[in-house]
Design a protein around this ligand. Sequence first.
Ligand code: GTP
Length: 241
Amino acid sequence: MAESGLSSEFSGSMTSSTLPPPRTRIFKIIVIGDSGVGKTCLTYRFCAGKFPEKTEATIGVDFRERLVEIDGEKIKIQLWDTAGQERFRKSMVQHYYRNVHAVVFVYDVTNATSFRSLPAWIEECKQYALGTEVPRILVGNKCDLQDSIQVGTDVAQQFADAHSMPLFETSAKNPNSQVDGGYAGGNSDHVEAIFMTVAHKLKSQKPLVLSQPPGASGATINLSRGINDGGDGSRGWGCSC
Ligand SMILES: Nc1nc2c(ncn2[C@@H]2O[C@H](COP(=O)(O)OP(=O)(O)OP(=O)(O)O)[C@@H](O)[C@H]2O)c(=O)[nH]1
């Protein structure tokens, strides 16, 4: 018995039970934006399926992940929930910008200041060598607070267009609500749909190519897309909702 097992192993006729399990791909997605816009709540909603009862300001970075299946492949989506407050992020910042596959910029639709901060967040990404080759999306959160909206869909859409990113408006608190202007639809969980759209986009890319940004230190590696992948940034792969 033992002998026949050995011979089949060395004969090259490996059965599926002897093959090593396929490696699970990991997509690292960082979520950035001002303090209080709801980054923790959005990432918690996607990974835990509910709105957290209580949140505190993130210190440094929090890390959540969820295993999903896309077209028969198991993929681990890692969401890096970064601190919005400057004093809580300084020491960590270079760590979470490493090996990023996609960036989610978040603003609070009830807080115009958080929207005006977006250029600074985009600039920070550039400083860490994350350019438009890395898929980026813009998320306006807290759409459930309809009476307090300060950032209209039109102005947000203009900004998104100018920066070649798709715009999603949603609510981590009530992602099933339906309102005008593209927020949520039917009974689906809109937050879920947003992160899954990013994951589908990443999966559909040409094999990720390791590349070293010019002048970067040896520790920094960027993942960029294959050459036939559109070339127009992330515009055009937007909301499927
Ligand atoms: N009404 C409403 N409140 C929300 C929503 N998302 C988050 N909040 C509230 O907004 C506050 C801040 O949410 P967080 O998720 O902690 O914000 P953050 O962006 O992670 O903040 P930092 O960790 O400081 O960067 C909390 O009181 C949440 O309950 C939402 O969709 N609707």
